[in-house]
Design a binder for this molecule. Structure first.
Ligand code: H76
Length: 483
């Protein structure tokens, strides 16, 4: 896609029916009328410091949703809850006091932080996000600021500490999920209607701040914070508070990464401020969905967080509807990387701390694929070559090597590759076994890479291209058709 469009072309597009396309093609960093904001985006453009470079190159992450909702597992008194398991407290059929006493049963005998970390490592995850506190308010760490935490459960011990230690030991960076919705705190409000609401909410804000500072003090190796619940009307009024708090948290941990789902701007806009600029280090809006084209991500860093069933994060004992396969998840991972994002797969351990067999199997299958093909994922991002139907290109940002990740092998085994002008394909080979391919030039800047269609392919295969640019093309003359 051309980055720069002349004014006339742009207005022609805008006038056309495809408004979405026109917006996607608006050049980045062009001057525009801007609204004066105190609490909008403070820095424009991507962060280029080492910590953010590290984040950008993760490729694959793991999300963990764990809390007392795992004990209910999506059921109450034999009745099935169709919503997301971690939301069961909000269900009409779920007595609130019964839910609020579930923590008295929280005693996960199977919890083994090292085993979880090992499994994530074997899957190929480079970062992990753990729910320190979900909307119910139950804290997986012993918090000084509430009694509703692990220390008052029969388990008694900290959960977050051992997880941070175990994942750190595996070389997997830890991020802390934190909900600014807290159904347990008396000062929490989703909407501020009265003066009294506002007074109470001030206490809740103080509590929120104290807990966040506490988390970073307790777990100083934390690489970032993953916020949730910031869609509340009450929170959307807190631009100044959130801005100041974010600055304070960043001060505490140099390089700390915070996405776009934390603070609202002066007008209550989130993710993107009133001028359309991203607030935070990366776009956090890709939840259970993926961008289709590079234009969709507007030049920003982003990650996609994905559930295995349609919408279950915490443990639900009875998954209904479509359950994604490792093939689908690998395709999502590759698509994410090909569009300059990371892919984060969610796991919901059960009330005993066990990881269900479906998730264990998916982790193993993804891990098997990553063992062979991780080169096409880590340190990789978007390549500006015309996308083909067989799959996705990724490119290593450091070595420049190009990877063709093939999901749809043509029946005749002929994989089309269109290159920009003056690109020469020097070496083309299979990542799995190094077997060489000799590209057939079929047209100017267009080749077939012939895969022996007799050979059965069991999983998405990767072909490496080493190329040089700036070379003259072949001597072959291709004549344009006269029509
Ligand atoms: C709605 C909502 C929450 N955000 C997801 C990341 C899950 O935590 C879900 O419960």
């Amino acid at each position: 896609m051309k980055k720069l469009l002349c004014g006339a072309a742009l207005s022609a597009l805008l006038a056309g029916s495809n408004a979405e396309l026109a917006v996607a093609q608006t050049p980045k960093n062009t001057p525009r009328t801007s609204i004066a904001l105190k609490h909008g985006a403070h820095d424009l453009g991507k962060r280029t410091d080492p910590m953010m470079e590290r984040w950008r190159n993760y490729g694959l992450g793991q999300f963990l949703h764990w809390g007392v909702y795992a004990i209910a597992g999506g059921h109450w008194e034999g009745k099935y809850y169709g919503g997301a398991a971690e939301w069961i407290r909000s269900w009409r059929e779920m007595p609130k006091d019964a839910y609020d006493n579930l923590y008295k049963q929280f005693d996960p005998k199977d919890f083994d932080a090292k085993a979880w970390a090992k499994q994530a490592k074997d899957m190929g995850a480079k970062y992990m996000i753990i729910t320190t506190k979900h909307h119910d308010g139950f804290c997986l760490w012993p918090s000084e600021f509430t009694d509703y935490d692990v220390s008052n459960s029969p388990y008694k011990k900290d959960i977050i500490g051992p997880l941070v230690e175990a994942y750190d030991a595996e070389g997997i960076d830890v991020y802390l999920y934190f909900s600014v919705i807290d159904w347990n705190h008396p000062g929490y409000r989703s909407v501020l209607k009265t003066e009294e609401d506002r007074e109470e909410y001030e206490e809740f804000k103080e509590f929120t701040k104290n807990q966040l500072v506490e988390l970073l003090e307790r777990y100083p190796s934390t690489k970032g914070l993953w916020f949730d619940g910031t869609w509340d009307a009450a929170w959307k009024e807190q631009a100044a508070f959130a801005d100041e708090l974010e600055a304070e948290l960043r001060e505490m941990v140099p390089g700390l990464i915070i996405g776009s789902r934390f603070r609202p701007d002066d007008y209550g806009n989130r993710h993107f401020d009133s001028n359309g600029d991203l607030m935070g280090d990366y776009e956090q809006g890709w939840e259970r969905k993926l961008p289709k084209t590079i234009e969709d991500v507007k030049g920003n860093d982003w990650d996609c967080v994905m559930t295995v069933p349609e919408n279950q994060w915490g443990y639900h004992s009875d998954w209904r509807g479509h359950v994604k396969t490792s093939f689908e998840l690998i395709e999502m991972l590759v698509r994410s990387v090909a569009l300059n994002g990371n892919f984060v797969l969610n796991f919901g351990p059960n009330g005993e701390g066990g990881i269900r067999k479906e998730e264990t199997q998916l982790a193993a299958e993804i891990g098997d694929w990553m063992d062979v093909n991780h080169e096409a994922i880590y340190d990789c991002g978007y390549l500006d070559w015309e996308k083909q139907d067989w799959g996705y290109y990724t490119q290593d940002r450091k070595t420049g090597k190009i990877y063709m990740v093939v999901f749809n092998m043509p029946l005749n085994g002929a994989l089309r590759v269109k290159t920009p002008d003056k690109v020469k394909l020097d070496k083309v080979y299979s990542l799995q076994d190094g077997k060489k391919f000799t590209p057939e030039e079929i047209h100017k800047n267009e080749y077939f890479i012939h895969y022996n269609s007799e050979e059965k392919i069991k999983s998405p295969m990767v072909i490496v291209i080493e190329s040089t640019s700036g070379e003259e093309g072949s001597d072959q003359v291709y004549q344009k058709a006269k029509t």
